[in-house]
Design a protein around this ligand. Structure first.
Ligand code: SF4
Length: 318
């Protein structure tokens, strides 16, 4: 992994203010975009490697070195969490267990893992996540047909096994589990399906259930959000500690800062750029760039166009 010109490493990003995790330092253990899913709403764009094989996609040594370097320095900003997330599914990194343990030696800050939960049926994956303090698995479907529509998973994945895996993990894990469910209008919001999801959530029995919807137009296809009234109505069908989180971002994106947004606008006025282009020009992590592009798209300042299989962001020049 290269060091960015700003001095920020590709592996560590932030700390950035996050709505649900406070000040969170991100550890990205998966290169763009290796995932076991290709969700229709994914803000990172299309999955280029749809796989379930666990490997050291980013070498353990590289990640440990980045973490050690970060924690060797004194930082003024207080941290609420160090969060394993990534440009894909973090549990696909076969060294995640070693990495979490090493991190716990380096800092007392609680460790969170954002995962799509697809590998939790594997006892080794569950074991790897044991030293974490908080695990946030997502679950958008409770039946295979809907699972395929919304998450477009790797062919061998079965959603019943995944629910079983998350349930098993919740029985074994000593920390907190926040189950995140994202609704896409017309895809996984049918009343029968909501009932099945609510039954799955009851079985898993997480510390919290967070319901959300698409907050941005994704870089491909069409994944419409459901409206807030409907999301609130759905929440009444779930039992336990349920909350509606309107602006939840699945990859732990940072909060918006005006000056950085203006930098993105200035660059896009010169030429259309992909997420990668903006990231390498600004030194911001891809997940950080997404936040700015999302906000600017919501304000209709920035448009996106597909060209040769890539999403380019553009801005109308005055
Ligand atoms: S939203 Fe997360 S789980 Fe879904 S495709 Fe994107 S990276 Fe993978």
């Amino acid at each position: 992994m290269n060091e960015k010109s700003s001095g920020q490493s590709e592996v560590i990003f932030g700390p950035v203010p996050s709505r649900r995790l406070g000040m969170s330092l991100g550890v990205d253990v998966i290169p763009m975009k290796i995932c076991s899913y290709d969700c229709i709403y994914c803000e990172l764009g299309r999955t280029t490697h749809l796989i379930i094989e666990r490997k050291e996609y980013v070498p353990e040594k590289t990640i440990v070195r980045s973490m050690e370097r970060y924690f060797a320095k004194k930082h003024d900003a207080p941290l609420d969490y160090v969060t394993f997330s990534g440009s894909g599914e973090p549990t696909l990194n076969s060294k995640i267990g070693v990495l979490i343990r090493r991190l716990k030696e380096l800092t007392d800050t609680p460790v969170a893992v954002l995962t799509n939960g697809s590998l939790l049926n594997d006892p080794q994956v569950r074991q790897d996540l044991m030293p974490a303090d908080l695990v946030i698995p997502s679950l958008d479907a409770a039946e295979q047909k809907t699972f395929i529509k919304v998450n477009q998973p790797e062919a061998s994945l079965d959603v019943s096994d995944i629910i079983h895996g998350i349930h098993q993990f919740s029985k074994e894990f000593q920390g907190e589990i926040w189950l995140e469910i994202l609704f896409v209008k017309g895809v996984n919001d049918h009343p029968d399906h909501i009932r099945k999801l609510s039954e799955a959530a009851r079985l898993i029995n997480p510390t919290r259930i967070q319901l959300t919807t698409v907050v941005r137009p994704p870089g491909k296809g069409f994944a419409p959000p459901i409206d807030m009234d409907k999301l609130n109505e759905i929440s009444s069908q779930f039992s336990g500690n349920v909350e509606v989180v309107a602006d939840l971002t699945r990859h732990g994106n940072p909060a918006y800062k005006e000056d950085k947004g203006n930098d993105v606008i200035a660059m896009l006025k010169i030429r259309p750029m992909t997420l990668e282009d903006i990231s390498s020009s600004t030194g911001m992590h891809r997940n950080e760039v997404i936040k700015y592009v999302d906000q600017l798209r919501r304000e209709h300042t920035v448009n996106s166009v597909e060209f040769s299989g890539k999403t380019y962001f553009t801005i109308d020049r005055e």
